[in-house]
Design a protein around this ligand. Structure first.
Ligand code: ADP
Length: 271
């Protein structure tokens, strides 16, 4: 049986009288204007870093931003924002944590007794938690929700693609050889689900020498223009390797990372 791609016009499945839409309703106290998934074909390319930067850029521009940390087995968002307390809730739902700038965040790390405890859950349990973050968290009014998606194209990302009403996805990549194929896999998965691919961001794209300003391609020549052309999507940004980005994120000060390069993108997302 093929997976539901929300396009009933091209589907022969009989899902009862009404064709089935697997997208879940949000909590009744949530009003979320745009939901953007941040995906990568593999871990370690900076997907969570870019998710944080997008939220910081949006919040700094006066929008209400939120991050749903769907990277359940490798949750890094609360730590990046220096949030270590546990989430609170009442009979109506769970309250997201708030960063210093006011970005609303929900992550499995806010629910664990010990934030360094490993999450050794099977796929369906992980998918269930992500759906709960959408349905049972009182997000309030949000302009942009960025979903830090689980890496890869397996079972869990597939469930997120099906369950959350994503307005589009942004693919994060690095200039390494193998990455080309992986980006295409992520792209094809989104297409299969009928979710628009807003474009690609190449992270760790180059290193700019602080003394002479010369750019060095540490991870090889950038292939991002080529990949984007092939897929017919725009290059949204190229981010340098920057030790300050890593240091600040590591110290829980993600809000101090320079996000100027993403400002124009935030304006475009509003369209
Ligand atoms: P992913 O979410 O794809 O697994 P992360 O965002 O956790 O990746 O990033 C992996 C590591 O790379 C982290 O230590 C992070 O601080 C670092 N990193 C990410 N982007 C950059 C960058 N542009 N410059 C320097 N270090 C980066």
């Amino acid at each position: 049986m093929s997976e539901c791609n929300h396009d009933c016009s091209s589907c022969s499945s009989k899902c009862g009288e009404e064709k089935q839409d697997m997208r879940l309703p949000a909590n009744e106290y949530s009003s979320i204007k745009k939901v953007i998934g941040v995906v990568s074909g593999k871990g370690g390319v900076g997907k969570s870093t870019v998710t944080s930067m997008l939220a910081v850029a949006a919040q700094s521009k006066g929008f209400q931003a939120a991050i749903l940390d769907a990277d359940v087995t490798g949750p890094s968002i609360p730590k990046a924002f220096g949030i270590h307390q546990r989430a609170q809730g009442d009979e109506q739902g769970l309250f997201p944590a708030e960063s210093k700038l006011g970005i609303r965040i929900m992550s499995v790390n806010l629910l664990l007794e010990k934030e360094d405890a490993p999450v050794v859950w099977r796929g369906p349990v992980i998918s269930g938690v992500i759906n709960q973050f959408w349905q049972e968290v009182i997000w309030g009014d949000v302009d942009y929700m960025f979903v830090d998606m689980p890496p890869g194209t397996g079972d869990v990302p597939l469930t997120v693609f099906q369950g959350l009403p994503l307005d589009g996805i942004i693919i994060v990549t690095t200039p390494q050889d193998l990455v080309t194929m992986i980006v295409k896999k992520a792209y094809n998965m989104a297409k299969l689900m009928n979710i628009p691919v807003l474009g690609v961001i190449e992270n760790m794209s180059y290193f700019e020498c602080p003394d002479c300003g010369k750019r060095h391609n540490i991870f090889g020549e950038s292939k991002i223009e080529e990949i984007a052309r092939e897929l017919g999507v725009p290059v949204l940004a190229r981010l340098p390797i920057d030790s300050k980005t890593a240091d600040l994120t590591d110290k829980g000060a993600a809000e101090l990372v320079n996000t100027d390069v993403l400002n124009a993108l935030i304006d475009k997302l509003a369209d």
